[in-house]
Design a protein around this ligand. Structure first.
Ligand code: 8YV
Length: 329
């Protein structure tokens, strides 16, 4: 053990090979058994540490930065980084990194799986069967919404949105429409078979609408009662982005009154707490933030976060920096 090696903290338990990889370069403090530390405890454990590996649950904000002046890098094991106050990190000279690309296809697979489960009432019908309620087959038993050939809508057309679009257009023969802050260039639109529409048209025309936009203060409750009211009564809504994007109370009211057919949610405002009203509605599929959860992908995400820590603390560069301007200081 060399005292000159930088020290890093792994805030949540990661796979042993990732810890070993970091131990080649750093003094590593980790957290077996896996616990979620309070902000105060995180700051305490970060004393003397140059780097931290975070997940979407740990906030790196002004208070934490002020308490940890020796911190140089926070490497998030997530592509989303709404847990980072990036301007505050930049002002403090702390690099933030995320894990794009390695999770794109896996997350798109899950987005499509959730769309299918929602449209075809997979969990609702399984609950019915497990409860011993299946006495007779009937022609309309759990008759759901058609998927193939129906219009797929995507709000937020980054890498994951485009990967979902390809699945819909090429695999299921779906016309794909999307809305995004900026329109894709024509070659990208052609590659994923998607047509740009206004926000209003997206809500009105989609048979199945998937939310994949980043969570920013502007995106808070961007899907509320007014947007849901524009949707077809036969439509479904899937959210694999962040919980705060959807006004859950407005969604529950719409699902109860069948103003839309069904919803699929992998993310929740205030997770891991789930709005209790959602648990009382049958036409919603609920999963615990698992869109990127395959072992190979979660391992690749954690390894990329580790490689960012190693590259930055040993060579002053990073693979996927969010605020690269701090690297040149
Ligand atoms: C993460 C995610 O697993 O990458 C993201 O933005 O939402 C998930 O893939 C989750 O945020 C835990 O860090």
């Amino acid at each position: 053990m060399s005292p000159s090696r930088p020290a890093v903290l792994i805030a949540r338990a990661v796979f042993p090979e990732v810890v070993e990889h970091l131990r080649q370069h750093f003094e590593v403090e980790t957290t077996p058994p896996d616990v979620f530390w309070s902000a105060t405890e995180l700051a305490e454990r970060l004393q003397g540490k140059s780097g931290v590996m975070t997940t979407g649950g740990e906030r790196v904000d002004r208070t934490l930065l002020a308490a940890c002046p020796q911190l140089k890098i926070a490497a998030n094991i997530a592509v989303g980084y709404n847990n980072f106050d990036l301007p505050a990190m930049t002002a403090a000279g702390v690099l933030g990194t995320n894990t794009p690309d390695v999770l794109t296809e896996t997350t798109a697979d899950f987005g499509f799986a959730l769309l299918m489960a929602t449209a075809r009432r997979v969990t609702e019908s399984e609950h019915f069967l497990r409860a011993g309620k299946w006495k007779e087959w009937s022609l309309d038993l759990f008759a759901g919404a058609e998927v193939h050939g129906r219009t797929l809508g995507i709000l937020g057309m980054g890498r994951i949105g485009q990967a979902i679009a390809r699945r819909g257009a090429l695999g299921f023969g779906m016309p794909v429409i999307y809305h995004n802050r900026s329109r894709l260039d024509p070659s990208k639109e052609a590659a994923c078979g998607a047509r740009y529409v206004s926000r209003d048209e997206l809500f009105a025309q989609a048979d199945h609408l998937v939310l994949v936009l980043p969570y920013t203060p502007q995106a808070h409750h961007t899907v509320g009662a007014a947007e849901i009211a524009r949707m077809k009564p036969t439509a479904t809504l899937v959210n694999i982005a962040r919980g705060g994007i959807v006004d859950e109370d407005a969604l529950v009211a719409a699902l109860r009154e069948r103003r839309i057919a069904a919803a699929g949610l992998d993310v929740f405002e205030g997770e891991p707490q789930v709005n209790p009203a959602l648990l009382t509605v049958p036409n919603v599929v609920l999963t615990p933030h698992i869109a990127s959860a395959t072992l190979p992908t979660r391992t690749a995400m954690a390894m990329l976060a580790a490689d960012n820590l190693i590259a930055y603390l040993t060579e002053g560069r990073a693979l996927t920096p969010l605020n690269p301007q701090v690297m040149t200081r």
